[in-house]
Ligand binder design. Structure first.
Ligand SMILES: Cc1cc2nc3c(=O)[nH]c(=O)nc-3n(C[C@H](O)[C@H](O)[C@H](O)COP(=O)(O)OP(=O)(O)OC[C@H]3O[C@@H](n4cnc5c(N)ncnc54)[C@H](O)[C@@H]3O)c2cc1C
Length: 393
C-alpha cells in the first residue's frame, strides 16, 4: 500500500523536505501533499534589497511560482490555512477543506510575527521579512531625503527551557538592510543627511555567533557610522518615537524584524512545548509522536533560525524517516552551527561558519568579494530550482 506524506509549509524547510522525499521515494511508493497559505514561495534572503534596489524588482526577482514544480515532482499542492492537527487521528485540519489524513507529517510552518508584543508596533512601522513589506519599504526608501532611520530587531518569545538562551531570532536581515541602505545613501549623496541606528533585543550583535564575528560586525558598524543599541527592551513605538527602557529615541522611518513567537494556532495543542514551538530530538523527530517531524524556525530549540539550518534539518528528518521505515543505519543527527553570508554592500559579504555559541570550536570568518558572489549564485540557483538544488546542503 502507498504511504502518504503531508508537508506543512513551503519555504526553506518545506521545499527541502519535498525535494528530499521525491529524491528518495518514487511517486509509485509515496504520495506527497504540501499545504501552504501561499501559492508561490519567496526566497526571503533576497528581500533585503528593498534597501538598495528599485521597488518593482525586489519581490519579483525572488518569487518562485510553484505549480509546475509540484507537477514535475508529482506532488499535490493545497493552498489553504492550517488551523489544527490531530496527532492521534493523524489528521490535518485546514480552514476550508475536508481533513487531510497522513502516515507521516513534516512540519515546516515557521514562526509568527509578534507585532502585538510591543505597544504601538505593527507592520505599518516597516519591514522586509515578507514580499509585500519589502515592496512597500523599497518604495518608501526611494523617496527618503533626510532624518533618522532606525533598524530594529524585536525579541524572540522562546521557551524558558532553551539552553543556551537566545534573545533574538533572526537578526541577519536587519543588519544586512542597514549596511545596504548605508551604501545606497552614499551613492545618492544623502549619507551626511541621515543618521542610521540599529537596535536589537540581542545581548550583542549576532549573539549566537562567535566573539570574532561580533567584533568584526561592531567594527564595520563603527566604520559606517551606524549607531548600535544592544540589549534593548522596547516599551512603546509611536509615529515619531521609539521608547526603550529609560530613553526616548526620536526617528523618522524604521524597518523592523518583529518579535518572533511560536504560531498561535499551535500554542497549547498536543504538539507544542506550551509556547507554540515544536519540540523535537536531534533527528527532528517529534518528542511524543514518532511519525511527526518538524524543521526550521518553528522548532523548539535555540538553534539558528536560518534558511541553511532548515535545509540541513530537512535532510536529516527525511533520511531518519527512511532509515526507520527501511531498517537502515540512522543518519548523523543535526548539530547546530551558524552559516552566514551577511551582505555588507559594495558587493562584499561577511562569511562565517561557527558553532562556538553551541559549545563547538569552529570559527571561520572572512569579509570580502567572493562570499557575495557565492551568495548571488546560490540565490540564482535556489530560485531557478525552486529550492531543489542539484547539491543540497
Ligand atoms: C529578510 C530575510 C532575510 C533572510 N536572510 C537569510 C540568509 O541570508 N540566510 C539564511 O540562512 N537565512 C536567512 N533568513 C532566515 C530564513 O528565511 C528563515 O530561517 C527561513 O525562512 C525559515 O524557513 P521555514 O521553512 O522554517 O519557515 P518559513 O520560511 O517561515 O516558512 C513557513 C511557511 O509555512 C506557511 N505557514 C505557516 N503557518 C501556516 C498556516 N497556518 N497555514 C498555511 N501555511 C502556513 C507560511 O506561509 C510559510 O510559507 C532570512 C529571513 C528574512 C525574513
Amino acid at each position: 500500500m502507498k504511504t502518504h506524506a503531508v508537508v506543512l509549509g513551503a519555504r526553506f524547510g518545506g521545499l527541502a523536505i519535498t525535494s528530499w522525499l521525491r529524491r528518495l521515494y518514487p511517486a509509485e511508493e509515496l504520495d506527497i501533499t504540501v499545504v501552504d497559505r501561499w501559492q508561490d514561495a519567496v526566497y526571503r534572503p533576497g528581500l533585503v534589497h528593498a534597501m538598495d534596489q528599485p521597488g518593482l524588482n525586489v519581490a519579483k526577482k525572488v518569487t518562485m511560482p510553484l505549480s509546475s514544480h509540484w507537477k514535475k515532482l508529482r506532488i499535490t499542492p493545497i493552498q489553504d490555512i492550517i488551523v489544527q492537527i490531530d496527532p492521534d487521528q493523524q489528521k490535518v485540519y485546514t480552514a476550508t477543506l475536508p481533513p487531510i489524513s497522513y502516515d507521516v507529517l513534516f512540519m515546516a510552518t515557521g514562526t509568527e510575527p509578534g507585532w502585538d508584543r510591543i505597544a504601538g508596533l505593527s507592520p505599518r512601522r516597516g519591514g522586509v521579512c515578507e514580499a509585500y513589506q519589502a515592496r512597500h519599504t523599497a518604495w518608501q526608501r526611494q523617496s527618503w531625503s533626510q532624518g533618522h532611520f532606525v533598524f530594529a530587531a524585536g525579541p524572540i518569545i522562546g521557551s524558558p527551557q532553551w539552553e543556551p538562551k537566545i534573545s533574538v531570532g533572526c537578526e541577519c536581515p536587519l543588519l544586512e538592510s542597514a549596511f545596504l541602505f548605508e551604501r545606497w545613501l552614499v551613492k545618492q549623496q544623502l549619507r551626511t543627511k541621515t543618521q542610521i541606528s540599529v537596535m536589537t533585543a540581542g545581548s550583542s550583535l549576532a549573539e549566537n555567533s562567535s566573539p570574532r564575528v561580533r567584533q568584526q560586525l561592531t567594527r564595520l558598524m563603527a566604520q559606517r557610522n551606524i549607531t548600535v543599541y544592544t540589549n534593548v527592551q522596547f516599551e512603546r513605538v509611536t509615529d515619531h518615537d521609539i521608547f526603550i527602557k529609560g530613553e526616548r529615541v526620536p526617528y523618522d522611518r524604521s524597518v523592523w524584524t518583529a518579535p518572533m513567537k511560536g504560531p498561535s494556532w499551535l500554542t497549547n495543542t498536543k504538539l507544542d512545548d506550551g509556547y507554540g514551538w515544536i519540540p523535537t530530538n536531534n533527528y527532528m523527530n517529534h518528542v511524543r509522536y514518532p511519525n511527526i517531524y518538524a524543521v526550521g524556525d518553528g522548532t523548539s530549540h535555540p538553534w539558528p533560525k536560518m534558511g541553511h539550518s532548515a535545509m540541513v534539518q530537512s535532510r536529516v528528518a527525511v533520511h531518519h524517516w527512511l532509515a526507520k521505515q527501511k531498517h537502515r543505519k540512522l543518519p548523523a543527527p543535526f548539530h547546530p552551527y551558524l552559516v552566514w553570508m551577511l551582505e555588507t554592500g559594495d558587493s562584499h559579504s561577511l562569511f562565517s561558519i561557527t558553532n562556538m555559541f553551541y559549545g563547538g570550536t569552529t570559527d571561520i570568518l572572512y569579509h570580502g568579494l567572493w562570499p557575495a558572489w557565492i551568495k548571488r549564485a546560490f540565490q540564482r540557483s535556489y530560485v531557478w530550482s525552486h529550492g531543489s538544488l542539484p547539491i543540497m546542503p
